[in-house]
Design a protein. Structure first.
Length: 114
């Protein structure tokens, strides 16, 4: 079942209010094909990173978890985007705080049935 961005954010944050800063989201401004959009998130000190695509039928894209042996807290992947939309990255830090970043990606050919 698809949850909303707000529900996914609340569940991931565990009651913490996401703040800006401490996380870098790299995504293209324009994606010629929504089937394969490269996204990279860097959040030094994070224990987990969640990626959301606000305009997709199922907004939860991926969650990455980092153990104590992780050399860096960075994730890179390719995602599918249905339409032009915001991509949101949330990072849960070791102290329990949550930080976020977002980028608007213009999709010229939809990837989720669009």
């Amino acid at each position: 079942q698809a949850a909303t961005v707000a529900e996914l954010t609340a569940a991931f944050a565990g009651g913490a209010t996401p703040k800006e800063g401490g996380i870098t989201l790299t995504a293209p401004e324009i994606a010629e094909n929504g089937n394969t959009v490269p996204v990279e998130v860097d959040a030094p000190g994070a224990v987990a990173i969640m990626l959301l695509a606000a305009g997709n039928p199922t907004p939860g894209v991926a969650t990455f978890t980092f153990g104590p042996g992780a050399a860096t807290q960075r994730a890179a992947t390719r995602i599918r985007l249905a339409t032009t939309q915001d991509v949101i990255a949330l990072a849960k830090m070791a102290d329990g705080s949550v930080v976020q970043a977002q980028a608007n990606v213009k999709v010229t050919i939809g990837g989720c049935g669009g």
